[in-house]
Write a protein that binds this ligand. Structure first.
Ligand code: NAD
Length: 353
């Protein structure tokens, strides 16, 4: 068998230092010669943001952050950046906060340095998302890729355990789905495998000791790898399903990923033996589905779409949209009946097999 592929790596510096966010930011500001910074952080992360940007040349702090970046929210943030003559955006927060910085960068070209405080991974992708009258549009543009990411696991200790679990499983889903996504290749597969190993080590440690640094570090490192793998490999069936469900029923992002993942893994694993063997090995388990089930058990992971507010009578319509959106290269051929069965099991929280 010959090895043959085309692979794009995105250009970005990563600074990983627990307790080091402020000095990492200062180093980036110097490299970029930034003089007028716009800090983007939601009211919940404002205090955190003030601490890590103390003494830096901050021109303005912007705190209007809304999940999925509504266009009017993006427009107001762009106006603030322009009227303050900003030359660097620093986002401090989860995927929603990073997403707003990306919306500003998309139209202004102002560079971003991202300080993530969840495991969503948006900081390592060149994908942007905007929502207009409840329709979400996404696109790819290298202008929205942060120039640098500043990881500081100490900032994660305030993330509540339930959110940490959901967000960590969102990262795990990036890894698993990238193994059969349209641009899967040996490089992103290597990152995905290492990401699964790190998250499988880190997330149980976060549950055991939410205020401890070690579990947070492994999880954050795994989350970064997951996002790099995802950005490179593209959206597989799992991400298409979650995108459909999130859009149709306004379900919470990370929790939806956490619930759906075992069903997509069980659906694809029999037709993707190489990916399944990799996943099993990364979990140190005999098989992929069992390895994920064991981790989910240790985390008391969210189980059912009905608990997230999805109506049962929405399954048929969702299945139709999933079949339309599913990548033609998905290992197990996607049919309407199979997706109805998958979504029904996920809705009930039945055992994934
Ligand atoms: P989020 O950013 O909405 O954060 C979830 C909640 O956690 C918020 O209430 C926030 O205030 C809180 N929070 C964040 N960090 C905290 C901390 N350290 N301590 C205490 N509370 C904290 O959710 P998310 O799951 O991080 O991001 C989801 C969004 O990101 C979605 O819109 C999704 O589409 C987007 N996303 C985009 C990409 C991409 O590549 N473009 C990738 C992943 C996710």
């Amino acid at each position: 068998v010959t090895i043959r592929f085309d692979h794009d790596s995105l250009a970005q510096r990563v600074r990983f230092a627990s307790g080091g966010a402020r000095s990492s930011l200062a180093a980036e500001i110097e490299l970029l010669a930034a003089e007028r910074i716009m800090v983007i952080a939601s009211p919940a992360e404002k205090e955190l943001a003030e601490t890590v940007t103390e003494g830096l040349p901050v021109a303005v702090v912007h705190d209007e952050v809304v999940m999925h970046v509504p266009t009017d929210v993006a427009d107001r943030a762009r106006a603030v950046a322009e009227s303050n003559d900003v030359d660097l955006l620093i986002s401090i927060g989860g995927g929603s906060t990073t997403g707003l910085a990306k919306a500003v960068a998309l139209t202004t070209g102002i560079p971003i340095v991202a300080v993530p405080t969840t495991y969503a991974g948006s900081e390592a992708t060149n994908v942007w998302g905007l929502t207009e009258s409840s329709k979400k549009t996404t696109g790819v543009d290298d202008r929205v890729l942060p120039r640098a990411v500043v990881y500081d696991a100490a900032l994660m200790t305030s993330l509540p355990v339930d959110l940490s679990i959901a967000s960590g499983l969102n990262a795990l889903a990036h890894c698993v789905d990238s193994l059969w996504a349209p641009r899967a290749d040996p490089i992103n597969a290597a990152m995905a495998s290492e990401g699964i190993r790190a998250l499988n080590l880190g997330l149980p440690a976060v549950v055991d000791d939410p205020g401890g640094i070690e579990g947070r570090e492994h999880s954050l490192y795994g989350a970064y790898l997951s996002a790099v793998a995802f950005a490179s490999a593209g959206s597989g069936l799992h991400h298409k399903i979650c995108h459909v469900l999130g859009g149709m029923f306004d379900l919470p992002h990370a929790q939806t990923h956490a619930v759906v993942l075992p069903y997509v893994l069980a659906f694809n694993a029999p037709s993707a033996p190489d990916a399944a063997a990799r996943i099993a090995a990364a979990f140190h388990a005999d098989d992929a589905v069992g390895g994920l089930a064991k981790l989910r058990g240790r985390l008391s992971a969210p189980r059912a779409l009905r608990d997230l507010g999805m109506p049962e009578d929405g399954i048929e319509a969702a299945a139709r949209s999933v079949v339309e959106a599913a990548p033609p290269s998905n290992p197990t051929p996607v049919t309407h009946d199979l997706i109805v069965t998958l979504l029904t099991a996920a809705w009930e929280g039945a055992e994934a097999r």
